[in-house]
Design a protein around this ligand. Structure first.
Ligand code: FAD
Length: 460
């Protein structure tokens, strides 16, 4: 627990009403979207970079760990206060500071919810593409810290492709700016790129300059059902090989379809063993032509049924199939180990077959869906940890899946980061010299190991 003396100092920085040691607050900020819980000693809600700078200076002087937190929707435990200390909640920094229509940029504070920015720019005919499925509640600060992805990334890229500059409070409390407002800039090391995806371990992001695009005029959504996962995978290759990059290329495997079928009223034919949701956007005439070409390319590949949305309501209904996956999965088994491996697109069928073999061998359901266009699969290992041996089996499955992913030239995480949950597996992917290089960066920038300790590496 923190001494009263420390609490008084924090109150002096942020104001009495913006720090709490109440059990309820400590409990509320003890979890994220993983199933782990770690209570902070206190929760602090600063309102600007200056306050965060003073908090970090104090934390360094007193040796108190500080854990930055956005909405707490992370899937790898990145915001969990695993050594107690302060949960530094950034949701009060929630202003869209400006949208510059001439230069196509936006400047925001980190606590802005992603969808909120998208709506604001769309009202002006502009577009902020990164779209994590958590966009209605996750924050842009959290998206930047995790380099979040989403369905649209196959065409538009991930968060890092839109971050031009940052204001950051360093672990020792200095306030710095990286990058800027220009589309180009090569003065010094690219600190912006280093900070994006650094999972709150190298600095607290307090302002973000984002690149915007013009809003595409129209979009067209299609749901295509295949009789095999191979057919769906070949369809992905055929579309991209046909020189079309759709906005989204989402897939669901047979287990996912069974799951959705059992738990919703959505009608999906029994013969369907894989689904692709394909969306194209752009000029109306162009997307009609692209949709036609896509259907011609995929039709010979075991298509069972096709639904082309005629309007935005039907497009929404198609996306409802995808959105029903998470709630229906919970009914398979109560506990979910969620991984987000990524393999080269062409290796997708091999990867899915390997996962199915692991699922059969260990006799545990594994539900696979995700961003086929990126080779990024959300692998959901469904167990009941209350049953003896189930957790152990899930861990064995994870290790075998990671080993197979790496063998196929993939990576253990396409978008959720390392945090706590993937830290034990880092040596499977990174060689010791690369880990030492990363640790040297952390040590140089945060010599007292104050900011988000215990994340990414098992020992900082
Ligand atoms: C239902 C659901 C769907 C999801 N879908 C996707 C998806 O499609 N794609 C995807 O990529 N992710 C997805 N996620 C994961 C998660 O939403 C993202 O990682 C998101 O970017 C986290 O944002 P957050 O505001 O919740 O951050 P938090 O979970 O609060 O924090 C995440 C990390 O960022 C750090 N952090 C937060 N704010 C700051 C800041 N201002 N400065 C420095 N560090 C900071 C934290 O310390 C932590 O390490 C999903 C999660 C859920 C629950």
């Amino acid at each position: 627990m923190l001494e009263n003396r420390i609490i008084r100092i924090i109150e002096g920085i942020v104001g009495e009403q913006h720090v709490s040691t109440a059990d309820t607050d400590r409990l509320c900020y003890s979890y994220d979207a993983t199933q782990r819980q770690h209570r902070p000693d206190a929760v602090v809600w600063p309102s600007n970079a200056k306050e965060i700078s003073l908090l970090l200076k104090m934390a360094n002087a007193e040796g108190i760990p500080v854990y930055p937190r956005g909405a707490g929707s992370g899937f790898t435990g990145g915001s969990l206060p695993i050594h107690g200390g302060l949960a530094l909640v950034l949701t009060r920094l929630d202003a869209i500071l400006r949208i510059d229509e001439e230069n196509l940029i936006a400047e925001v504070e980190p606590g802005v919810v992603t969808r909120q920015l998208q709506k604001a720019v769309e009202a002006l005919g502009l577009f902020y593409p990164p779209d994590p499925a958590s966009l209605k509640f996750s924050t842009l600060g959290g998206n930047v810290a995790e380099c979040a992805g989403g369905p649209r990334c196959v065409k538009y890229g991930v968060t890092k492709d839109y971050v031009l500059g940052l204001e950051v409070v360093t672990p020792q409390g200095d306030i710095i700016r990286t990058g800027g407002e220009t589309m180009k800039g090569v003065v010094g090391y690219d600190l912006t790129k280093l900070l994006v995806g650094s999972e709150g371990t190298l600095g607290v992001i307090t302002k973000i300059i984002l690149k915007l695009l013009p809003l595409p005029a129209a979009k067209k959504t299609m749901l295509v059902l295949f009789d095999s996962i191979d057919g769906a995978a070949q369809a992905v290759a055929a579309i991209i090989g046909g020189k079309i990059i759709p906005t989204t290329l989402e897939f669901m495997d047979g287990t996912t379809i069974d799951c959705v079928r059992r738990n919703t009223d959505l009608e999906l034919p029994q013969a369907a063993r894989a689904v692709l949701i394909i969306e194209v956007d752009g000029d109306s005439a162009l997307i009609e032509k692209q949709a036609e070409t896509i259907l011609k390319l995929v039709n010979p590949l075991g298509v069972v049924n096709t639904w082309v949305a005629a309007n935005s309501e039907e497009s929404e209904a198609i996306w409802q199939v995808r959105r029903s996956v998470s709630p229906s999965m919970r009914k398979v088994n109560p506990d979910k180990f969620n991984e987000d491996i990524c393999v080269p697109r062409s290796r997708l069928p091999e990867m899915i077959r390997t996962i199915e073999a692991i699922s059969d061998k260990l006799q545990i359901p594994i539900v696979n869906f995700g961003h086929a266009g990126d080779g990024n699969i959300h692998v959901n290992i469904m167990v009941d940890t209350a049953e003896p041996g189930q957790e152990q089996k899930a861990k064995q499955a994870i290790e075998e899946i990671f080993a197979a992913t790496l063998k196929l030239g993939g990576t253990m995480s396409g978008e959720h980061g390392v945090g706590v949950t993937k830290a034990p597996y880092i040596p499977m992917e990174l060689d010791p010299a690369a880990v030492a290089y990363m640790k040297a960066i952390k040590k140089a920038l945060d010599p007292n190991n104050i900011l988000n300790p215990g994340k990414i590496f098992l020992q900082d």
